[in-house]
Every structure is written in C-alpha cells, then in structure tokens.
Design a protein around this ligand. Structure first.
Ligand code: 6GU
Length: 274
C-alpha cells in the first residue's frame, strides 16, 4: 500500500518510523511519503492560512497550497498505485473511524491524507478533490484535537496492521474485540502471564486448568461482563442467534434477557423491596 501525507508538520509523523508501521515500511509492505505543505507556498512568509470569510474565530487553510500539494501527489502516480488515491481528510465533523472503516481503507492500494491545523481547509479544496478521487472525511472520536496529524497516526496504524504480512502469527488479529468475522460488539476480557502468583494475586485457576472448553467459556463470560460494564451501548447489537444455552445462562446472571418484541437483550427488571 502507498500512503501520502501532506502536512505543515512532517516531524509530527515521526512515529511512522517506529514499531509496526516502521517495520512494515522497512519490509516494503508500506510506501509512506510525507510532504510539507509549506513547500507549496510562493510567498516569503510561506503562508498557509487566512481569516475566515463571514468572520469568526481562528484561521482557515488557504486553497492554493493544498491544491498544489495534492496535484503533486496525484501527478506522482506510479504503475502500481492506480489512477488516484483515496483522500482521507481527518476532521472532528467526519464519519466515525471504526474497525469497519479501517478494513475498507485497508482494501485500497493508495491512501492520501490531508490533516488540517486551525479551523480546517477551505471547503472548495475538498469539493474539487471529490470530483477527482474518492474522499472520506473521518473523525477519530468525540473530542477536538488541535490538528489532524495524530488522527493520521491512529488511522495509519489501524489500517497497516490489517495489511497482508504486516502482523506476525503471534499477533494475529482474528481475536480482536473489533475484528470483522468475530462479533464486532464484544470487548476482550482480562489477560495474564507468568508468574502464576504475583504480589499475593493469583491468576484465575481456570486458565491453569488446561481445559480448553472451560477456558473458552470463561473468556466469553468475562467478555460479556466487560462489555456490559464498559460499553453497554454494544449490548444492544448482540444477536439471539449468536448465543447458545450457556451464553443465555451467563447473560441472565449479568441481569440480561432476550426481549423478543424489541429484538435485543435488555436488563431484567429487579424487584425492589418496599
Ligand atoms: Cl480527525 N481531527 C481533529 N482535529 N480533531 C478530531 C478528530 C480529527 N477526530 C476527533 N477529533
């Protein structure tokens, strides 16, 4: 996969040289190219922003440097890249970044990222780009960052680990909480390693039992409890057909039952003493 990033802070993307993404690059699985937006200005101050039309706080990124930078990226297409990249524009007003979107992006041969600083990029840049290539505006969560560079790091790491050959067998992603194929709505429970006792705390006995059926059952029940505690919103996505009789008993112990009318698991009403 080829990845281009246009930014006023190329140094902010140094982490792309490290760990999983850095290794994928070194192994030739990822071709990452950083481009400084200010290289595409032609005034002495290398200006990339200006005040917003209509007034208001902050600054808006000017269209000309972005157009020149994106033209440069498009014009550098090689035979393996395809005609145009998918342009990913990080913004808190974008489509939520999920494992599903990571999978979708991992299937593209070429991604270009346009992280903005300030209040964002002049809208016409996005509109013109969308006439020339697929564009997806993406938010990594419900909070506001000072710029999109950190979002680029998040998205690139989530996408890179899905590429064929990037993960070793030991770190395969088939069991991930959000891996497709597995229920995309169940969080993983706790994990343990040696020593079996540490500072007076024992590893749960079942994990030492060697009974793989019991271990799988225990892990699934831990996952149910964890999801209910941390992400009760995900419980609403659980399907009756994904549950066996053991699951239903575990869910009942967590105070959940299948509501046939509403088609979802709901908290079981508890009697309150008068
Ligand atoms: Cl993608 N960018 C910025 N600046 N803030 C964000 C974000 C992106 N996602 C959540 N907050």
């Amino acid at each position: 996969m080829r990845i281009d990033v246009v930014t006023i802070f190329p140094e902010y993307l140094e982490p792309l040289n490290v760990s999983l993404v850095g290794k994928a690059r070194a192994r030739g699985l990822l071709d990452v190219r950083l481009h400084g937006l200010r290289e595409h200005t032609d005034d002495v101050h290398r200006t990339v922003d200006d005040s917003p039309y209509g007034g208001g706080p902050g600054m808006v990124m000017k269209p000309e440097p972005w157009a020149a930078a994106l033209d440069g990226v498009l014009g550098s297409a090689g035979p393996a890249d395809g005609p145009a990249p998918t342009l990913v524009v990080p913004t808190p007003s974008g489509r939520p970044f999920t494992q599903e979107l990571a999978q979708e992006l991992a299937g593209r041969p070429w991604l270009a990222f346009a992280p903005a600083r300030y209040e964002g990029i002049d809208r016409r840049v996005i509109e013109e780009a969308a006439a020339r290539m697929p564009v997806v505006e993406v938010s990594i969560g419900d909070y506001v960052l000072a710029g999109g560079e950190v979002a680029v790091l998040v998205i690139v790491e989530a996408v890179a680990r899905l590429l064929p050959g990037v993960l070793g067998n030991a770190e395969s992603h088939q069991d991930d909480s959000f891996a497709p194929g597995r229920m995309a709505d169940l969080l993983e429970g706790p994990v343990y390693t040696k020593p079996a006792e540490w500072r007076g705390r024992a590893v749960p006995e079942v994990l030492l039992s060697g009974n793989h059926g019991r271990i799988a059952r225990w892990r699934r029940e831990q996952a149910f409890a964890r999801t209910l505690a941390m992400r009760p919103d995900l419980v609403g996505r659980w399907e009756r057909g994904a549950m066996d009789k053991h699951d239903l008993r575990a869910l009942a112990e967590l105070g959940l039952h299948w509501d046939e009318d509403r088609g979802r698991f709901l908290p079981t009403a508890v009697d309150v003493e008068q």
